[in-house]
Design a protein around this ligand. Structure first.
Ligand SMILES: C[S@@+](CC[C@H](N)C(=O)[O-])C[C@H]1O[C@@H](n2cnc3c(N)ncnc32)[C@H](O)[C@@H]1O
Length: 279
């Protein structure tokens, strides 16, 4: 792994990734179905939170799910076995040193990984040759700059800003969602198509308040309290005020909005985008 991973590998983060994946399954995975017998690489599978959805939704495709973290892979294997999946194999590997021959896969899927890499375009360039001509590449990333909420609060924006800054200092980019189109185009993919997928939560949607606002977004921000204070980005009082302000968006009258970006591009297909020259 070429940069420290800002969210870490704690049991709380494992639970957060699972909550996130369950809450967002339809929003993120709608439109992603892989045909029978196709070979799919999932790069950066983590604890398998997306793997379960992917493999269940395309039960006759074959998935190879890789991650650099042996600890996360052990959890992913456990959850895959628990879910009774028989179409996934897990392997420890680094995206920058993958043990696969060119043209090994029909499709590649990457979710919430590029945001943690200091060289996301280089990662895309490593992955692209693994696709067969005409194969598809799907990538999903968030963008913390897309957070909108009511009541609005400078303290809440500042707490989110701590996470963005810590991720930047560890080489990542928490604002990468907006860059998917240029990243894919510059890495030589054909015809990238990017769809914003917005989460809109008000208190008439209690499952989303709990699953997204509280357990996914607030949990992610709250988890950087100590590192943010240690880095001198904030103090405990100001940070806690920010988290408290985010919590107000989860109570009566509160609203929280966040946009994920889902992109699909092709390897070796003649593109429809005139600005794309292919590779
Ligand atoms: C936020 S987690 C996302 C996991 C999963 N895709 C999901 O959506 O739940 C990012 C994962 O990328 C992995 N990762 C980071 N850099 C990597 C690299 N160079 N090669 C393989 N995996 C990497 C981390 O170990 C971590 O498990």
């Amino acid at each position: 792994m070429n940069t420290p991973y800002v969210h870490g590998y704690s049991p709380c983060e494992t639970q957060r990734l699972q909550d996130q994946a369950q809450t967002l399954e339809e929003l993120l995975h709608a439109g992603t179905l892989y045909p029978a017998n196709s070979q799919v690489l999932e790069a950066g599978c983590g604890v398998g939170a997306q793997t379960i959805a992917l493999a269940r939704r395309s039960p006759r495709a074959r998935f190879v799910s890789i991650d650099v973290s042996a600890q996360s892979l052990a959890e992913a294997r456990r959850r895959s076995d628990e879910a009774g999946l028989d179409n996934v194999s897990f392997q420890q590997a680094d995206i920058f040193a993958l043990p696969f021959a060119p043209c090994s896969f029909d499709h590649i899927f990457v979710c919430f990984v590029l945001e943690h890499l200091s060289r996301p375009e280089a990662a895309l360039r490593r992955l692209k040759p693994l696709l067969k001509p005409g194969g598809t590449f799907t990538v999903i990333e968030g963008d913390h700059g897309s957070s909108l909420f009511h009541p609005d609060s400078d303290e809440a924006h500042a707490a989110i800003g701590c996470l963005v800054e810590l991720q930047r200092r560890s080489g990542g980019n928490a604002l990468i969602g907006r860059q998917l189109y240029p990243l894919l185009r510059d890495a030589g993919f054909d015809a990238p198509q990017v769809e914003p997928r917005m989460v809109y939560v008000d208190t008439s949607r209690p499952l989303w308040v709990d699953g997204f606002t509280r357990k996914t977004f607030m949990a992610m921000v709250a988890a950087v309290r100590e590192p943010a204070i240690a880095a001198g980005l904030t103090d405990g009082v100001r940070f806690d005020a920010g988290v408290h302000a985010l919590d107000r968006t989860a109570h009566a009258g509160g609203v929280f909005c966040y946009t994920f970006f889902k992109a699909m591009a092709w390897a070796g297909r003649v593109g429809t985008d005139p600005s794309v020259t292919g590779s």
